[in-house]
Design a protein around this ligand. Sequence first.
Ligand SMILES: *Cc1c(COP(=O)(O)O)cnc(C)c1O
Length: 427
Amino acid sequence: MNITKSISLFQEAQKLLPGGVDSPVRAFRAVGGQPLFIECGKGPYLFDVDGNRYIDYVLSWGPLITGHAHPNVVKAIQDAAVKGTSYGAPSPLEVDLAKRVMEFMPNIEMIRFVNSGTEATMSALRLARAYTKRDKIIKFDGCYHGHADMLLVQAGSGVITLGLPDSPGVPKDTVKDTLVADFNNLDSVEALFRKYPEQIAAIIVEPVAGNMGVVPPLPGFLEGLRRITEREGAILIFDEVMTGFRVHKGGAQALYQVKPDLTTLGKVIGGGLPVGAYGGKKEIMQMVAPAGPMYQAGTLSGNPLAMSAGIAALDLIQNQGVWDEMEARSRQLDAGIESAAKKAGVPITQTRVGTMRTLFFSETKPIDWNTVKLADKVRFGKFFQKMLENGVYLAPSQFEAGFISIMHDGPVIDATIAAVEQAFKTW
Ligand SMILES: *Cc1c(COP(=O)(O)O)cnc(C)c1O
């Protein structure tokens, strides 16, 4: 594989951008080697600057459920661009996307668009604190909710991969109200409520954890969080920035039939442009300025290009048939990987919910960060490099989710399975 141009670009980039990248997980630090510089994407494929083609299972870390450069999404962005790229005033597109999101997630009664998942979770927590007049929040070990100061505590893959349990620069006082419980462990949550009665404003959770690799909720876990928060007068926030329109057409809240008070969204709802959103019960959302006193604002929020891309993307995943097809392709991939591993005698555990998946090099079923971290990172690194050589682009860490799109058809999946078999053959 010739990556000469990527190598020289990376050398230059490292002089200009910290670590040569604009987001740490892109740097391939967990798997060795160096990042590839991308020339373009088309459907299920990424093309690097040296002309190599890869089947893409990263899909911009989740957003691209319609694949790269889907003609409908591209046209929506082009049509919007000629009408102006930002107004700083309301446009009909915001009303349109709001209605569509609510069709997918009827539990959301009002919504506020922002520009990233980080902004969404940060704002939702401010809102929960404003509403309950309490300061403390609970998050789970291994869950990531963006890089806001108060949330950079035991925060999943990106941070773990770098071996930073916390980040320097986060003041102690900022995280003193952030309590950490174990994913899939209701006792650890109960213990915190016992210790801090009437002080906990909210629980924020990835209903299917995706930022320590995919870890599904055990039966009863989400229901338990709902029961506990209701009893304690705390707000339940589902961070569906990744799971929203990934695990099910209606997100994890539809799949598991548990209704959170607030939901945060991002990734898929922007169709590949920068968007986030938070929404939920009207009574709570009415506290957001200017309807209420909880201040939150954004120069580019509700941006017409981003709204248009989001509308086009949601249009493309509107029909159940699309979801049935993605489920069939996912099963095909599950089975292919399972049988390749068996044949080669490689111990693996696959987790998958809808279009999110992780292949753990571990025999232990992952249920929380403690079980996740048993996976063999060195083996993953080798596997990652071989898959890259075989034309398949995986997330460059054992502790990440992989994604498919509506463009990952049968032959693309077959080609992926062949690459896996090839990688395991030389094991
Ligand atoms: C990606 C992600 C975020 C952060 O979103 P950004 O747009 O990267 O700020 C927050 N929560 C979850 C669950 C995510 O997967």
